[in-house]
Design a protein around this ligand. Structure first.
Ligand code: ADP
Ligand code: MG
Length: 243
């Protein structure tokens, strides 16, 4: 369970990241976090992995009050919460297999369990046949699938994805969203920051809309509405703007 209570994050210079956010996300939920560029989506995800501390307010994830985490507990929190970024963050000089395996090595998993652990997640993301290739030989969609495999191989309870389809064409994006849905179906809480109106409308999942750091809507089966701000923006051609 995730609970934000009156959380504000101001960056240096009093720049508001998010303001007075109170929201609760039960275990097992699939949630979209949507809003225009600069609305605060990434700030929320960074707060959840304790990459940032709130300026005020409280964030609780299960047994952890994020403000009170000791270094050892930060470590345990990071095991509980996996994260995927728009730009994949793969190691280019390691194979697909090695990229995923090294996560388990860092977690200190027994060496004998690593091959099966890696194979299971590569199968889930549909990349078992590419396990021995290097990232440069993969399409963008496949790279994103490797980064999802990395994020889930340690068995996190929650998976965060920051604009996971931001660099992908619509068809490839659907493949990624299918995988995120499957991971959710298997029991992981999934939170996706997205700009992709099409995906949000079709999936009809809980949708929290952020504008200027504030939650402006929180809908059970969300519909994506363009804000006035977005309507004024010139069409960029791609379905999903970079953030
Ligand atoms: N490291 C930072 N330093 C200063 N301001 C930041 C920083 N990161 C984000 N911001 C500001 O905080 C606001 C929210 O940003 P962000 O959470 O990245 O939004 P989004 O992910 O929705 O595009 C924006 O005004 C942004 O410029
Ligand atoms: Mg962002």
């Amino acid at each position: 369970m995730i609970r934000f209570t009156d959380v504000s994050k101001f960056y240096p210079g009093k720049i508001p990241g998010i303001v007075d956010l109170s929201v609760e996300i039960p275990d097992g939920e699939f949630v979209f976090l949507i809003g225009p560029s600069g609305s605060g989506k990434t700030t929320i995800l960074r707060l959840l992995i304790r990459d940032l501390l709130p300026t005020s307010g409280n964030i609780v994830i299960d047994e952890y009050d994020l403000k009170k985490l000791t270094p050892k507990n930060i470590h345990l929190l990071r095991r509980k919460v996996g994260i995927v970024f728009q730009d994949f963050k793969l190691l280019m000089d390691r194979t697909v297999y090695e990229n995923v395996a090294m996560v388990l090595e860092i977690l200190g998993k027994p060496v004998k369990d690593i091959p099966d652990g890696v194979k299971n997640v590569l199968e889930l993301v549909g990349l078992l046949d590419k396990k021995d290739v290097f990232p440069i030989q993969l399409s963008a969609g496949e790279m994103q699938r490797v980064s999802i495999a990395r994020a889930i191989v340690g068995g996190p309870k929650m998976l965060l994805a920051d604009e996971p389809t931001g660099n992908l064409d619509p068809e490839t994006s659907w493949g990624i969203i299918d995988i995120l849905e499957e991971i959710n179906r298997l029991g992981t809480t999934v939170i996706v920051a997205s700009h992709n109106a099409d995906v949000v409308n079709r999936l009809k999942r809980r949708t929290i809309t952020i504008e200027h750091g504030h939650v402006v809507r929180d809908e059970e089966k969300g519909h994506y509405h363009l804000t006035k701000h977005e309507k004024k923006e010139p069409k960029g051609g791609k379905h999903d703007a970079a953030h």
